[in-house]
Design a protein around this ligand. Structure first.
Ligand code: KMH
Ligand code: ZN
Length: 279
């Protein structure tokens, strides 16, 4: 079984300090959280930029400042900016981080109701545009799928040549409006993947660690972080992202799964298949 790749989603766009005071907003806070998560075992940092007051932004200059500050402390970490941004942002707004010199980014593969009355819009043309931009700029896409139809969308666009190998999926389960994160959901999605694809699992809220455990055992990879879940256990707030990563490392030990370094993560995910010299 491959070593376990841990992604840490340190900030998100929706969760606030009023939910958990450790949610980072400022550049200094982002660096502190990213570094602690990396030192705990994360090889990929999933990143949403924020203004100092916590409001989400896709401004490329803000991303650049955060990325440079993180890289100055932990140069080998993989930084994966979000192209999902926050609900309601336009395609162009969301696309901005792809103008930077980045290795990886999320590519959201379908529309869904998102946490109540909001709709997270990713039309087929949006997905094609994000995929094409990332391909031209040599950025490795992580294919975020919130339900089975999103996997079907990827497979169709792959067949038509819009999305190319390597196919690395991220199942994001437990969003209110999306698919739940029960064991049967996880198995259904995993079994729907084509030969040779890799995947990581993100469980929202109470689904975070049950899905981590399933994925560790099945040979998949995992994402945790305050973007997805603010609790270390029921009723106990995590005191930062590193707490959540440390819990993953403990679980991985129980199942004899070693943790991947960023270099190993690049190998496992076949980064070399993507042309990173196109910028
Ligand atoms: N904030 C969500 C609406 C991503 O990062 O690509 C979208 C999101 C997905 O978080
Ligand atoms: Zn995100």
């Amino acid at each position: 079984m491959d070593k376990l790749i841990i992604t840490c989603a340190i900030s998100g766009a929706e969760v606030l300090k009023t939910h958990n005071p450790y949610v980072p907003y400022t550049i200094e806070e982002m660096v502190k959280e990213a570094k602690a998560a990396y030192e705990a075992g994360a090889s990929i940092i999933h990143l949403h930029a924020r203004e100092d007051d916590g409001s989400p932004t896709q401004d490329k200059n803000r991303y650049k400042a955060i990325i440079n500050a993180i890289k100055a402390e932990i140069p080998d970490v993989i930084i994966q900016p979000s192209t999902g941004g926050a609900v309601g942002m336009s395609r162009d707004e969301r696309m901005q981080p792809t103008e930077l010199d980045i290795e990886m980014a999320t590519l959201d593969c379908g529309t869904l109701n998102f946490g109540g009355d909001d709709i997270f819009v990713n039309t087929e043309n949006d997905i094609k545009a994000f995929a094409e931009t990332m391909r031209l700029r040599g950025i490795y896409p992580e294919l975020e799928c919130f339900e089975k139809g999103h996997i079907d969308m990827v497979l169709r666009l792959h067949k038509k040549g819009y999305i190319q190998k390597p196919l690395h999926f991220s199942f994001v389960l437990g969003v209110i409006g999306g698919m739940t994160g029960e064991e049967r959901d996880f198995n259904f999605l995993k079994e729907s993947l084509p030969e040779g694809a890799t995947y990581s699992v993100t469980g929202i809220g109470r689904y975070e660690f049950s899905l981590v455990e399933l994925s560790i055992q099945a040979g998949g990879h995992v994402r945790v972080g305050l973007e997805d879940n603010i609790y270390l256990e029921k009723g106990v707030l995590a005191k930062g992202n590193a707490d959540l990563v440390k819990k993953v490392v403990k679980l991985a030990k129980q199942y004899n799964r070693e943790i991947a370094t960023p270099k190993e993560a690049r190998e496992i995910l076949n980064f070399k298949e993507v042309n990173h010299d196109t910028l």
